[in-house]
Design a protein around this ligand. Structure first.
Ligand code: NAG
Ligand code: NAG
Ligand code: NAG
Ligand code: NAG
Ligand code: NAG
Ligand code: NAG
Ligand code: NAG
Ligand code: NAG
Ligand code: NAG
Ligand code: NAG
Ligand code: NAG
Ligand code: NAG
Length: 569
């Protein structure tokens, strides 16, 4: 006892002297059994990226134990005593005799504990460079507890959002109550692994936002995430039934996704040169992205006015409410489907048809049938009376819906194709024979003219761009899984949407490839080094404007479409 006291005293003396003499603090990345972290002190991860210590949110005097990024004390990524603040600065952090991390006030009252050890253990708490605080059992080096397993509101690289449908255990992010109060807010976010994995934000128990299904490469309902920022996500299934959604470590780039008190995910990225956090992604991205905006069988499209409409074959359940803009009631079917029609009616044998809607976030509550070809989905749906829609994704297989088509929205670009089942009579078949001949011929001719015109314009533009030392390229498309080569992009060129695409600056390109780090090189082709990051998990990328002629973009036609390569001379 005396020995420990003396040791502590000497430690303090040493730290104090050091502080007095140099104005710096000795910085360790861990807390061991004999050490005490006082309010005002911090521990810092070995690469000096994250700090653990006490803080007060802006305009408050409450003290919380938290972890923040060293670049700016405002970006807190974890809070220990979020619902039990200290009202003064007497707080200390130490390791209990059992080996737990303890937060005590001046009167030795416990304000927070890692609460994990069952029997006395010799442990060390260590802060890692990815922002994770781990409690290590010194006898075997194993982690017995980690802050990533008990997150606050930040989704960090390497943090696993777990869901175990068997046991119901989940790792959830919970928003702060207000920007000044880290207490549990009403929004939570996490993985829902049942059927096909999807990410949700819930407001209490009600869904607030949905990512759309995970297809093995991307979240199909998140089209506005830029390629470089989407990189590295994975979903892993473990034997015990746990499913994990994780983003792999992203080199030196500092980025985080925070679930804000208003229920929005906001992804930010640290701009080293400008010393600011850039916002790179937000969800929900617009009002249509809010879960179930237009009710069951409704469809939300920002380009329409009003933005809500009923899917083909459906009409508002309550016309009056719908017209007033209360869309939550949704829509109901207009004409019975074939198998629901009276067996005596004359049209009993007229088979149902499918109405195709593109660029959508597919509805919630899908059933999945794996390893099926796209062509098989339609027949399977038709033969099943309870099937009201289907969709196919190469990474998932056929998806079927047998109840409400809820949370359908149309994106300007990207998204999936949904086939909605309608009675044959919903599709207008009354066509004049002259129309049948004249229309296709006219349309064909127009298409030929337009194609020739754009091809000519595109080629001349490209030539011009090259002369000026600027290369413009484009892409909107869909990610397709193609064997081991990762993702191949299929062209979906739409001249009109070009202007809306975000620009990639040289800096962003540079950051994406980590200053053209060799580890990101896929290999050296005829065009020079090829950077892998552009092809990993790309959902769409965009017009790229580069100030010099150091870059080139090459295209290669294959059976899937155009494959693109960015290369550096
Ligand atoms: C923050 O961390 C970086 C390394 O990531 C380091 O270069 C820098 O000095 C640190 N800043 C402070 C204020 O500790
Ligand atoms: C803190 O208080 C100041 C002055 O009252 C105010 O201008 C500022 O907006 C407040 N900050 C926050 C985050 O509320
Ligand atoms: C701070 O909280 C302690 C209990 O945790 C209480 O005894 C004390 O009176 C409080 N002090 C102030 C100034 O509110
Ligand atoms: C510690 O965890 C146990 C269950 O594992 C729980 O009953 C107890 O309330 C927790 N104690 C604290 C201080 O959180
Ligand atoms: C705990 O483990 C550390 C590192 O292995 C060792 O230095 C220390 O003596 C141990 N403490 C006790 C009380 O066993
Ligand atoms: C969240 O739910 C509460 C209570 O149900 C509601 O008042 C609030 O408007 C909801 N917030 C959002 C953003 O939907
Ligand atoms: C929620 O707050 C963030 C900033 O904290 C903001 O960017 C976002 O637009 C807000 N979302 C809504 C729906 O107001
Ligand atoms: C951050 O935003 C600024 C201004 O919008 C932009 O110029 C810069 O390239 C961005 N930095 C990164 C790293 O995305
Ligand atoms: C029509 O007949 C089939 C069997 O032939 C039966 O399954 C179905 O329920 C009948 N439909 C109606 C609306 O009566
Ligand atoms: C259908 O026809 C059968 C006999 O042909 C008749 O008994 C039955 O009532 C009819 N059902 C309806 C709903 O008209
Ligand atoms: C029809 O579809 C539902 C839901 O997709 C499924 O549960 C059911 O097994 C299917 N029935 C048949 C006969 O395939
Ligand atoms: C839809 O299918 C699921 C199982 O795939 C089943 O549990 C549910 O009862 C079905 N709903 C309807 C309305 O048929």
């Amino acid at each position: 006892m005396y020995h420990t006291m003396l040791k502590l005293f000497l430690q303090y003396l040493f730290i104090s002297l050091f502080l007095l003499s140099s104005g710096f603090c000795i910085e360790s990345d861990n807390i061991i059994a004999s050490s005490v972290l006082k309010d005002g002190d911090t521990i810092v991860s070995s690469g000096k990226v994250y700090r653990l210590g006490f803080f007060s949110p802006e305009n408050t005097t409450n003290r919380y134990l938290g972890i923040w990024n060293n670049v700016s004390a405002i970006s807190i990524i974890w809070v220990a005593n979020r619902d039990k603040p200290l009202n003064d600065s007497t707080g200390i952090v130490t390791i209990s005799e059992d080996g737990d991390i303890l937060l005590l006030n001046g009167k030795n009252e416990i304000f927070w504990s890692s609460n994990v050890t069952k029997s006395p253990m010799n442990t060390t708490a260590q802060l890692l460079d990815n922002g994770n605080l781990v409690l290590i059992d010194n006898s075997n080096g194993r982690n017995v507890w980690e802050s990533f397993g008990h997150p606050t509101d930040a989704f960090m690289p390497k943090l696993k959002l777990n869901d175990n449908p068997r046991t119901g255990e989940r790792v959830l992010l919970t928003s702060w109550k207000t920007p000044q109060d880290p207490d549990y807010g009403s929004f939570t976010a996490g993985l829902q692994a049942l059927n096909i994995p999807q990410i949700f934000i819930w407001n209490g128990s009600r869904p607030h936002w949905r990512s759309g299904p995970w297809n093995g490469q991307i979240l199909t309902g998140v089209t506005d995430m830029y390629a470089v920022y989407l990189d590295g996500y994975s979903v892993t299934k473990f034997d015990d039934g746990t499913v994990s959604f994780m983003r792999d470590y992203y080199g030196k780039i500092l980025m985080k996704i925070i679930l804000k008190p208003n229920g929005s995910f906001v992804q930010t990225m640290w701009d080293v040169n400008r010393r600011v956090w850039n916002v790179t992604w937000i969800a929900p991205i617009d009002v249509c992205d809010v879960y179930g905006k237009c009710g069951p069988f409704g469809n939300c499209n920002l380009r329409n006015s009003p933005m809500c409409s009923c899917l083909k074959g459906y009409e508002p359940k309550n016309k009056e409410e719908w017209d007033k803009g209360n869309w939550r009631g949704g829509c109901v079917r207009k004409t019975l489907l074939q198998c629901d029609r009276n067996n005596n009616s004359s049209d009993k044998n007229k088979e149902d048809v499918f109405w195709k809607i593109t660029n959508v976030k597919v509805p919630d509550f899908m059933d999945v049938s794996t390893s099926l070809e796209a062509e098989e989905c339609e027949g399977l749906c038709l033969r099943n009376c309870s099937c009201v829609a289907y969709s196919h994704d190469p990474g998932i297989g056929c998806m079927f819906w047998n109840r409400s088509l809820i949370d359908v929205r149309v994106f300007p670009v990207g998204g999936s194709v949904l086939q909605v089942r309608v009675a044959y009579s919903e599709i207008d078949k009354k066509t004049d024979i002259r129309v049948i001949i004249i229309v296709p011929v006219t349309v064909g001719l127009v298409i030929v003219f337009i194609s020739v015109f754009f091809a000519w314009r595109w080629m001349s533009k490209r030539k011009g761009a090259k002369r000026k030392g600027r290369i413009l390229t484009y892409e909107v498309g869909k990610a397709y899984i193609s064997g081991s080569s990762g993702v191949v992009l299929r062209d979906n060129i739409d001249e009109a949407s070009l202007d809306e695409l975000p620009l990639f600056s040289f800096e962003m390109l540079e950051t994406a490839t980590f200053q053209f780090d060799v580890t990101n090189l896929l290999g050296k082709g005829g065009f020079g080094p090829v950077y892998k990051h552009f092809f990993d998990l790309i959902h769409y990328y965009s017009v790229m404007e580069i100030g010099s002629s150091n870059f080139d973009v090459s295209f290669e036609e294959n059976e899937v479409g155009l494959e693109r390569t960015v290369s550096v001379d």
